[in-house]
Design a protein around this ligand. Structure first.
Ligand code: KIV
Length: 269
């Protein structure tokens, strides 16, 4: 049976029809296949891999080569989900041409279907440049992790009126520039609800409350595997860390006791 791939225009249709967009981050083939089979609409190969896969304190050290490597693995694991490659810090900041060069590499070398970049009004001209040249772009405003040092930490954004107005203008400028959707991260829920109602394009929230057109979570947070700082907006849908420790502990005990491997796991000739 041929499975129809979720597309960026398809996300728009989901908003029109009031169907929530389900997005999760993914970084490798095996998880991508499981998430695709579970019916996730959008797999974001986030530069959060710098923290949850590579163990850095921020997303800043991640390179475009690393993003392409992980996205290629994720894309191979999917049949239905839209695969989005995050453009890492420094790979699109010099201007539209540098963003185009990075996007061309991402699309040609990784098999992704769209790119994501952080920033609002300051990035609108870049988004327009990419979209006019056939690159589907997802925007990202609010608590944009690549600006962590400018924010002085991972802090909720848009709490006062001026900041809320700025974030609204950021999201609107991305929609006007042709972005296919925008991630709203780490902003008050009422602000995200207002922005979602004003924008003609879907919003995908993380730490932005229930009023967005979709939600995204970092896979290792959702599975309870990441044991770094746990923001309030994270819900662990399974105690993955405890389960992995238990399973590996059981394996270690079986090896030490000599009960694994058994005859059924061995070749006799
Ligand atoms: O890098 C990432 O995983 C992200 C999501 C948290 C939206 O940008």
């Amino acid at each position: 049976m041929t499975v129809r791939r979720v597309t960026v225009p398809g996300l728009m249709a989901m908003k029109r029809e009031g169907r929530k967009i389900v997005a999760v981050t993914a970084y490798d083939f095996t998880f991508a296949r499981l998430l695709d089979q579970a019916g996730v609409d959008l797999l974001l190969v986030g530069d959060s891999l710098g923290m949850v896969v590579q163990g850095h304190e921020t997303t800043l050290p991640v390179t475009l080569d690393e993003m392409i490597y992980h996205t290629r693995a994720v894309a191979r694991g999917t049949a239905r989900a839209l695969v989005v490659c995050d453009l890492p810090f420094g790979s699109y900041h010099e201007g539209p041409e540098s963003a185009m060069a990075s996007s061309v590499r991402a699309l040609k070398e990784s098999g992704c279907h769209a790119v994501k970049l952080e920033g609002g009004e300051a990035m609108a001209a870049t988004v327009r440049f990419l979209v006019e040249r056939g690159v589907p772009v997802i925007g990202h405003v609010g608590l944009t992790p690549q600006s962590v040092h400018a924010f002085g930490g991972f802090r909720v954004q848009g709490r006062d009126e001026a900041a809320a107005r700025r974030i609204t203008a950021d999201a609107e400028s991305l929609a006007e520039a042709g972005a296919g959707a925008v991630v709203l991260e780490g902003i008050p829920a009422p602000l995200a609800t207002t922005i979602s109602a004003r924008l003609p394009i879907p919003t995908i929230g993380i730490g932005a409350g229930p009023g967005c057109d979709g939600q995204v979570l970092v896979l290792y947070d959702l599975l309870g595997l990441y044991e770094g700082v746990k923001p309030r907006f994270v819900k662990e849908f399974m105690p993955g860390g405890a389960q992995v420790r238990q399973a590996v502990g059981d394996y270690a005990a079986a090896v030490r006791e000599g009960t694994f491997p058994g005859a059924e796991h061995s070749f006799n000739s």
